[in-house]
Design a protein around this ligand. Structure first.
Ligand code: HEM
Length: 525
């Protein structure tokens, strides 16, 4: 409690309206006589209710439940034994010990703003670096891969995760597995979400991943493909479904409370930032496409290199201002970092700023939590709802256009970096990528799990699939056999479905199976 709010009322700061008028009576509206009727010129009363009526902005269409914290990134300046400049010219990474302020928002995906933080769901892991070259957002999750590989499927995928649009029935297993059973690229993610890793014990004990493939660019314009990994100092810890259900019985916001209490007692959470690099080409020697976000890059072939650490040391001063209104996007990159042709990334890059102009408003980048901090913003963007200042317009604020011989802002005299990247010669098309391989990494994931993790995955899948229609169950068991016999057999046993029952199913019309996969399908089990 501060001095201003303590003590007798006459010693405290005086309540005012937003017009700056002192409020003499905040308990009684203005009425004719003590029993009313009320008058319309009740300015303070009308303003108070009208503002309250507008207190909520639309919640995020996904990742509505979340919590923001603040801290810094500290670079190592190196990649292995080499200066990092060999691989990227991004300024925040260059010098050992260099610190960059950052904000992070952790979230669940499917539930609404007040939903449980203990739902089985991927967790969002979105970091905003306030660099000297402007903001860089790395918007990822805790599970390394994703359910789909083409952004055009995202609205359908999310609809399948949400309640029934007619009845608002929240038991969504049939919807979820209906979509997944027809979208086998989801299987790798399924082996993660339904394993213990789908229920992190806290935000402080989970990994983070950029998931999509990006590029790094060095001073010579040479590029590398890159994937980002955040490794928590506290290790990765998960809950079983029973533990989560018990905790959820008494509290829905355990993850936010755990995070904020740790920061406030000085127990500052820390993650190492590591990267995997690949030469910038399509790698025909691999049995997967490096731009496919349903795949991980094997760490024995593409080792992890530490490039810095993140420390979180501040909680928001106000949850709405800094957590509801913070806005991340995959298009927000700085010099030295670039996009790849990952077909999810392009859709995401359109979607984030589009939704934020709707959700927060067209001037969302003027809000303190979203403003670039390490550099001066100067634009010719003007007006729009809630514009509350004019971006620095240089010496002649009358000229809000460019080019001009009378003043105003000018393009940088520096010609800037040359555009790099491949020369593309291909026919316009709508096609799946060639190397889909929806099953190998999902099967490997199962085989690499410890026994208790395998058991947990099977229990969770059987529990969810038991609520599904028989044709969905059969198709899922077929896919799980395609991933790994033991997984298919154990889930099938739980549902009363054998390999014989599903062997005759034809591959989905939307799949292009390799000869080896076709042979496997013919001999399932
Ligand atoms: C939030 C779209 C895929 C991670 C959002 C939001 C949208 C969106 C519209 C709400 C943003 C806001 O209201 O501020 C999409 C689309 C995708 C996609 C169209 C696929 C094409 C992914 C993937 C990941 C991811 C693959 C993880 C790697 C996140 C995170 C947030 C988010 C972490 C929450 C950001 C925050 O905390 O404010 N996404 N998303 N999304 N998305 Fe995606």
């Amino acid at each position: 409690m501060t001095d201003e709010t303590a003590g007798a009322p006459q010693d405290r700061a005086v309540l005012t309206t937003r017009q700056g008028h002192p409020v003499f009576d905040n308990q009684n509206q203005r009425t004719i006589g003590s029993r009313g009727p009320a008058t319309l010129e009740n300015y303070h009363f009308m303003e108070k209710l009208a503002h309250f009526d507008r207190e909520r902005i639309p919640e995020r269409v996904v990742h509505a439940r979340g919590a923001t914290a603040f801290g810094y990134f500290e670079a190592t300046g190196k990649l292995g034994d080499e200066p990092i400049a060999r691989f990227t010219r991004a300024k925040l990474f260059q010098e050992a010990g260099k610190r960059t302020e950052l904000a992070i928002r952790f979230s669940t995906v499917a539930g609404g703003r007040d939903s449980s933080e203990l739902a089985r769901d991927p967790r969002g892991f979105a970091v905003k670096f306030y660099t000297e070259d402007g903001n860089w957002d790395l918007v990822g999750n805790n599970l390394a891969v994703f359910f789909i590989r083409d952004a055009i499927k995202f609205p359908d995928f999310i609809h399948s995760q949400k309640p029934d649009p007619v009845s608002f029935e929240r038991q969504v297993a049939n919807r979820v597995f209906d979509f997944i059973s027809q979208s086998p690229e989801s299987l790798h993610m399924v082996t993660l979400v339904f394993s213990p890793r789908g229920l992190p014990s806290s935000y402080r004990t989970m990994q983070g991943f950029g998931v999509n493939t990006y590029k790094w660019v060095n001073a010579a314009g040479e590029t590398k493909l890159v994937k980002y990994h955040w490794i928590p100092k506290l290790g990765v810890k998960s809950l079983t479904a029973d533990q989560a259900a018990e905790l959820q019985g008494t509290e829905l916001g355990t993850h936010t409370r755990d995070l904020y209490e740790a920061i406030e007692r000085g127990d500052h959470p820390e993650w190492e930032l590591k990267v995997q690099l690949m030469d910038d080409n399509d790698h025909p020697e691999l049995d997967f496409d490096p731009l496919d976000d349903t795949k991980v890059w094997p760490e024995n072939e593409f080792p992890l290199h530490t490039i810095g650490k993140m420390v979180l040391d501040r909680v928001p001063k106000n949850f709405f201002a800094e957590s509801e209104q913070i806005a991340f996007g995959t298009g927000v990159l700085v010099d030295g970092l670039d996009f790849s042709d990952d077909k999810m990334l392009v859709g995401r890059t359109f979607s984030y700023s589009d939704t934020q102009r709707y959700r927060v408003g067209p001037n969302y980048l003027q809000l303190p939590v979203n403003q670039a901090k390490g550099t001066q913003v100067r634009t010719n963007q003007r007006d729009g709802q809630m514009a509350f200042y004019v971006d620095d317009a240089g010496a002649n604020p009358h000229v809000n256009y460019e080019p001009s011989i009378t003043g105003g802002l000018a393009e940088s005299a520096d010609p800037g970096p040359r555009e790099q990247g491949p020369v593309i010669n291909a026919r316009l098309t709508r096609q799946r990528i060639e190397r889909t391989d929806d099953y190998t990494q999902a099967g490997q994931r199962y085989l690499l799990s410890e026994q208790w993790e395998r058991d947990d995955l099977v229990t969770n899948l059987v529990g969810q699939l038991s609520q599904c229609d028989r044709p969905i169950q059969e198709r899922m068991v077929w896919h799980l056999f395609m991933c790994e016999d033991e997984l298919g057999r154990r889930v099938g046993d739980g549902l009363g479905i054998s390999a014989d029952d599903v062997r005759g199913l034809a591959p989905l019309a939307t799949q292009t199976l390799t000869d080896a996969e076709l042979e496997r399908a013919a001999n399932l089990g």
